[in-house]
Design a protein around this ligand. Sequence first.
Ligand SMILES: [Zn+2]
Length: 157
Amino acid sequence: MAILDLDYHHGNGQQIFYERRDVLTISIHGHPSFAYPYFRVSGKKRQNDGLGYNFNFPLKEVINGIEYREILKKTLSIIRKFRPEFLIVALGLDTAKGDPTGTWILSPRDFYLNGQMLAGFKMPVLFIQEGGYRNRFLGINAKNFFRGFYEEYIHNH
Ligand SMILES: [Zn+2]
């Protein structure tokens, strides 16, 4: 299986799978130099543990939707090459503009487009909601994400 962690914060816990080659782990997150977990040397781009089966994309402090999807596209191609039987998406919504724990500026429209991008797989996809701390926008962002995923999925299948 593959685990794609889209939460703003590093997918800490991925080290559980460092010894395994049947679990691919990928995290896109704010660089730990300014984002939680700050003090830990985790989520860096180059780490030798889990080599080939663990990919980290620590990004700069301000990331917009277009920059975000360039990275998302890279992760999807890594997942395709790995050919998992199913995909688990740790769907953090704290990448949204105005989230008190994040610094990125994704809009509701970006969540729609991100959802669309994830709909191309021909395998089961399980979404687990993670972070997202600005309650006022949580619902609209989640709704947009799943609407994008659903509409594109229906279109492809
Ligand atoms: Zn988070």
